[in-house]
Ligand binder design. Structure first.
Ligand SMILES: [Zn+2]
Length: 362
């Protein structure tokens, strides 16, 4: 299909994007097996844990820290993850865990933070917005779906059936994370943290999550990038019901510029998914281009008024079925692109008599 590949899900390989492999190389080979750790730079270990999704794995990092370890990201809360951590602590990662750093609050990253910090009596290090947003989302577990969220999906053009499924599944976030630590140590953009013999600078990105922390070592030319930059995967950039007018795509594109300005192109990127790579600036350029292509297709589609659900074919190659997870992702990503154009005065939205919002070019 000629148009495709706005990212539909973090983890959907954009196989149709032929540019993905261009300008990148992958110097560290394949991932270690579950329960093993592979040293990829002096004192920096690559860990891989399984995930029960179509994106079936996450990369985590163990940084040598004196006689123990600092961990970066933690895996989703599951018995499989617990077993993998236990195997690691009995083997390669013998010695105390001194702190747990989490790049951002998505369950595959923060899921085991409470378990690890309690097990070792250490602190969770995370940015303030990620910590607080996680606490808020986890607190939704056990609640009824709020009327604001129902409104949000109704205005997007969802059927009553899809809304019913949403109601039934509401609150799933909290089930994927172990009870959160009740306190944390804040990570701040630009601060420097010494871990073992390496000074890491915190570089905050936005758009995929509210205040995502990457760790950058200018001296060693290493970047622990979390979900901010990944090879072959375009991270989900979505509007959620709690902030219907948000402009996460504006934040995301600004962050791409910021990373390109602040980080050296020679850096070895240690991403949360797929393989480690060289070619940071080429990858950032690909991501930027892909979103601008999506915006162009959206502009073309809005020659006549459309609801959110009507713009899916312009943005996604794959048909959006009534699968509620897919519908939520497609709605969130479509709104991210629509709100970007609204915020820049190119597109207007008006309520129709049907309870839906209708978008059109100015
Ligand atoms: Zn994420």
């Amino acid at each position: 299909m000629a148009h495709n590949h706005s990212p539909l899900i973090k983890g959907r390989k954009q196989s149709m994007d032929k540019h993905d492999a261009q300008g990148l190389d992958f110097p560290c080979g394949e991932a270690p097996a579950s329960g093993e750790a592979k040293e990829v730079a002096d004192g920096v270990y690559w860990i891989r844990m399984p995930l029960p999704f179509s994106l079936n794995h996450i990369n985590l990092w163990a940084l040598r820290d004196g006689d123990g370890w600092t961990l970066v990201d933690t895996g989703i809360w599951s018995t499989v993850t617990v077993d993998a951590w236990r195997t690691l602590f009995a083997g390669t990662l013998a010695g105390p865990v001194k702190r747990v750093i989490v790049t951002h609050m998505h369950p595959d990253h923060i899921g085991m933070a409470g378990w690890l910090t309690r097990k070792f009596g250490c602190r969770l290090w995370i940015s303030r917005l990620e910590y607080l947003t996680c606490r808020a989302l986890a607190a939704d577990t056990g609640r009824e779906a709020p009327e604001d969220a129902i409104q949000f999906y109704r205005r997007a053009g969802w059927t009553e059936d899809a809304i019913e499924t949403y109601r039934a599944r509401f609150g799933g976030f909290g089930k994927m994370i172990y009870a959160m630590p009740d306190s944390f140590r804040r990570l701040t953009d630009g601060e420097s943290i010494r871990i073992g013999s390496i000074d890491w600078r915190v570089v905050v990105g936005r758009g995929h999550s509210p205040e995502h922390a990457c760790l950058y070592s200018p001296e060693r030319q290493l970047l622990i990038s979390g979900d901010q930059v990944i090879a072959g995967i375009s991270s989900n950039v979505s509007v959620f019901p709690t902030e219907p007018e948000a402009d996460p795509l504006g934040d995301w594109l600004d962050s791409i510029d910021k990373l390109q300005q602040q980080l050296h192109d020679d850096v070895l990127v240690l991403p949360a998914h797929n393989r480690l790579f060289h070619g940071l600036h080429a990858r950032l350029a690909q991501l930027r281009r892909s979103h601008h292509e999506s915006l162009d297709r959206l502009r073309a589609a809005l020659h006549e008024p459309k609801r959110v659900v009507d713009v899916f074919p312009a943005l996604f190659a794959r048909p959006i079925t009534s699968d509620q997870m897919l519908m939520s992702l497609a709605t969130g990503e479509s709104l991210a692109h629509l709100n970007y154009l609204v915020a820049r005065g190119e597109v207007q939205s008006n309520p129709g008599g049907d309870g839906c919002l209708w978008y059109h070019r100015q």
